[in-house]
Design a protein around this ligand. Structure first.
Ligand code: SF4
Length: 182
């Protein structure tokens, strides 16, 4: 036990290095997104995250948007607790059979105008869970999807670029890859 304690004091944590900071690009992207939201909505963008069956890898990247490094609230973008207050549903994971109805009801509860973003390969086309007996399919197989952000998982910057593309449709083609079958 003493040996373990001693080793924990001298060993570095087993973790990946932090992403290379690109503060200027992040600030530019965040400000553009905040401005686009105010132009389209007259206020800041409200986002509701929905886990429809993810492995939680995509959630870790989504959580990073709120950490001290990305801190997207400084650009006027915020996560909300209820779909009734949301403009955007960020949906992760393949849609499992158990989550299908919850996703449909969340979509209905979100007021118009609203956008749905499928985040991650599983949300886009079922990803590595596509053939599972417990999975219905992609998000688009259950509710209409406005934008797909591929990646396993996609990086926070890719999500910010995706949200900007959502609000500024001229940039959308640069983010979205061809729609996959549900
Ligand atoms: S895309 Fe990758 S990280 Fe995201 S839910 Fe699927 S397996 Fe997990």
């Amino acid at each position: 036990m003493r040996k373990l304690l001693f080793e924990s004091l001298i060993r570095l944590p087993v973790t990946e290095p932090a992403p290379a900071p690109d503060d200027a690009a992040l600030a530019e992207l965040g400000e553009a997104l905040g401005l686009a939201a105010r132009r389209r909505l007259g206020r800041s963008l409200a986002i509701r995250e929905v886990d429809a069956g993810s492995c939680n890898g995509c959630e870790l990247e989504i959580h990073a948007l709120n950490n001290a490094y990305y801190d997207i609230e400084r650009f006027g973008l915020r996560f909300v607790a209820s779909p009734r207050h949301a403009d955007v549903l960020l949906v992760t994971g393949p849609v499992t059979k158990n989550m299908r109805e919850a996703l449909e009801r969340t979509h209905v509860a979100t007021p118009d105008p609203k956008w749905v973003v499928a985040v991650g390969d599983c949300a886009v086309d079922g990803g590595c869970f596509a053939s599972s007996y417990a999975v219905v399919g992609s998000v688009a197989a259950v509710i209409p999807v406005d934008l797909r952000i591929p990646g396993c998982p996609p990086a926070p910057i890719a999500m910010l670029k995706g949200l900007l593309a959502l609000l500024e449709p001229d940039t959308r083609r640069a983010v979205q890859r061809p729609a996959a079958a549900g």
